[in-house]
Design a protein around this ligand. Structure first.
Ligand code: ATP
Length: 371
């Protein structure tokens, strides 16, 4: 099996006056695990349905390996879809459910038997082959649906929130299996999800969508470390974001060092960025909670670009492997900064920090960013 390159060019789709997709362009590489990620209603499923052939765009193109597939019916597109609800036939066994697409095509009986066993094995259901869906767990049912979608050897598998009906632990396990399955079959996977941690952990690349538009396409690392917009910064992971004004911008190593005025922080913040910004530009300054150090003593500013603020712990939240602190700054606005502190066995963490303690929060210029 070989994957196809999927090219979506300037696709728009409206329902009445409502634009579900607005000029969306995405290029998905052969064999890539590509996720469409965004909040409910952003248009992910609409885009997937258009690629599958269950819906049609008002404008734009969809190509597989450079060939226009829009005139083709869904079953002629070399794609197959796995839905959130498993859509299995309740009266058929695992074997019969998976064999179904081959029976429709009148494939030879021995060939059906060989292939069904191969795909049952691929999704690790060998011990359940003669069971009916009612005797299977949610995760097992979804594996049947995946095997059934793969048995016709599509060149692209479309997955529409396939794990959302499962509980958290099972979702995590099945996600790992899906990743391994993708490596084995080598075809293109397009995966729709609203769950950023799912998308970050399995995707080669992600398109982040909101309100019918694609805001950023990149690897999980790029999306997390260099979000292109405030929405992406806030939707992926957690962040502290504040409006700011650019005061200065100087070349610094291969980047730029900027001084920005952040009224919510009551002062000027140093931040490095790949791009230069015009003086006076009004943008947002963001720093992720896990990039901030929280200490009882003032940190020594060995690096003059260290940003240091003093405040009081407003709300500590213990959550096992890490603690979250909401620190109310000692400034005019008393802004809250969110800080995550990992509990590790390796670092001397200093005295324990608790509610109402006076603390210092600090981060380097390289740890903040502007969007
Ligand atoms: P979710 O995660 O909730 O499934 P989504 O990002 O997949 O969300 P879509 O299902 O693509 O969103 O829907 C995008 C928008 O288009 C939604 O506001 C939805 O209500 C609207 N929409 C989708 N299909 C139709 C339809 N057939 N008629 C009218 N509006 C529709």
């Amino acid at each position: 099996m070989k994957g196809v390159e999927v090219t979506v060019g300037q696709v728009s789709r409206a329902y009445g006056d409502f634009k579900a997709l607005d000029d969306v362009s995405v290029q998905i590489k052969k064999g890539e695990f590509f996720s469409l990620l965004g909040p409910s209603g952003c248009g992910k499923t609409t885009l997937l349905r258009i690629i599958a052939g269950f819906d049609y765009p008002d404008n734009g193109t969809v190509e597989f390996d450079g060939k226009n597939i829009l005139p083709l019916a869904p079953d002629k597109r070399q794609s197959n879809t796995v839905f959130q609800t498993y859509a299995l036939f309740p009266h058929l066994t695992v074997y019969e459910n998976i064999a179904f697409p081959l029976r429709l095509k009148h494939v030879d009986k021995n060939e059906i038997d060989r292939k069904v066993k191969e795909y049952v094995h691929l999704v690790q259901l060998d011990d359940h082959i003669h069971k009916k869906p009612s005797m299977l767990s949610g995760g097992q049912k979804q594996r049947v649906a995946i095997a059934r979608a793969l048995i016709n050897e599509p060149r692209v598998l479309l997955l529409d929130e396939p794990l959302s009906a499962l509980d958290a632990k099972l979702r995590q396990n099945l996600l790992v299996e899906l990743d391994e399955l993708h490596d084995k079959v080598g075809i293109t996977f397009i995966y729709v999800t609203h769950d950023q941690s799912e998308a970050l952990s399995v995707s080669d690349r992600i398109a982040v969508m909101n309100k019918g538009k694609v805001l950023q396409i990149g690897t999980p690392y790029e999306i997390y470390e260099a979000p292109a917009t405030r929405f992406v910064a806030q939707f992926i992971g957690e962040s502290n974001s504040f409006p700011c004004t650019v005061l200065s911008c100087e070349p610094f190593n291969s980047e730029y060092m900027l001084k920005v005025d952040v009224p919510a922080l009551g002062g000027i913040v140093s931040v490095t960025d790949y791009d230069s910004q015009p003086i006076g530009a009004k943008i947002d300054f963001t720093v992720r909670p896990e990039k901030i150090r929280i200490t009882a003593e003032a940190p020594k500013a060995t690096n003059k670009e260290l940003n240091i603020y003093c405040g009081m712990v407003d709300e500590p939240v213990y959550s096992g492997f890490q603690s979250k602190f909401y620190v109310r700054l000692d400034n005019e606005k008393h802004s809250i900064i969110k800080v995550f502190k990992q509990h590790t066995a390796f670092l001397d963490e200093g005295p324990e920090i608790s509610w109402r303690d006076k603390v210092f929060v600090s981060w380097t210029a390289a740890d903040g960013y502007l969007v």
